[in-house]
Design a protein around this ligand. Sequence first.
Ligand code: NAD
Ligand code: TDX
Length: 335
Amino acid sequence: MRVLVTGGAGFIGANFVHQTVAERPDVAVTVLDKLTYAGNLDSLDPVKDKITFVHGDVADTALVDRLVADTDLVVHFAAESHNDNSLHDPSPFVQTNLIGTFALLEAVRKYDVRYHHISTDEVYGDLALDDPAKFTEATAYNPSSPYSSTKAGSDLLVRAWVRSFGVRATISNCSNNYGPYQHVEKFIPRQITNVLLGVRPKLYGSGTNVRDWIHVDDHNRAVWTIIDKGTIGETYLIGADGETDNRTVVETVLELCGKDPSDFDFVTDRPGHDLRYAIDATRLRTELGWQPVYQDFRSGLQATIDWYRANEAWWRPHKDATEVAYSRTEQLIQP
Ligand code: NAD
Ligand code: TDX
């Protein structure tokens, strides 16, 4: 089977490529990636002799047409993925997340190629902290940020291309991922690398916001499960019951690094900051038989800290520029 993985030099896509090369010797992987600030070829170094890498843009219709004509499956990870960036400059989010998805959909439609669309739980907006509800496949779309609204729009394009043109597509909406190769702009790697460098972690607002953490390998195994067993045209939510508030995450990182768990700072909150995400993955578990391997967030976090400690050469070149960008808008506040 030939698979075109878009965004394969990013966090989740690179882990998907590693897992696929290790566990599916019958699959030939081609990665299409623009290598934006978030893409890193070093993340593919361990598998570089076993895959084909194409440097290019998912919105480049001629290139996408040529690559899709020559594949059996497209798994579309490529996106602008950081909420904070989308608040400063939404333009690349509209271009890549909407126009890029449109280009892929037109190509898979033309060549009748199976397509899996990677999306996020943020398309559903947020939940109150004390609400017993979780997101399900039936929850109405209500995105908050430029990032999540462009992801929601891209999901809707996929649904329309399934219904109007018979495109053979599935969609997955996953909760917050953690694990190796995640860019240091994101919450968990930012705080781990801060602590490793002796810098105090930074919590937005009151630190009470809740995210539903899942290990990236569990996300990617769920994606393969949906490709193997999912029903065309359907959406599946992916989550591992990992609800944790941000303050607890920071305290746990500090503790696992042997530091004082209260040694962090509060900084200005993200505008429009979603309060809580929570996924009900019953459908994926019962209909398709998927279960997460990483059931214990604390041990998954420990393994992730160990990875960042052992792979400073991977993240150190990107750390200073990331922190300079944050320092332009971030200010210390009292709790
Ligand atoms: P990332 O920012 O780490 O990686 C994105 C990759 O896409 C990079 O390699 C980048 O170079 C590439 N890219 C960006 N624009 C491109 C373009 N126009 N053409 C080709 N390549 C381009 O993102 P991630 O965290 O790995 O997220 C991957 C996907 O998973 C995204 O679609 C995101 O919305 C979704 N998702 C992420 C999470 C999470 O917690 N990180 C959770 C749920 C869903
Ligand atoms: O320094 C920080 N301090 C802080 O308190 C950063 C970077 C973040 N935060 C908070 C904001 C969020 O409540 O931590 C939480 C997680 O933040 P991010 O890592 O930026 O993730 P989030 O905005 O929740 O979105 C992530 O999950 C869903 C991914 O970036 C998206 O691509 C995915 O769709």
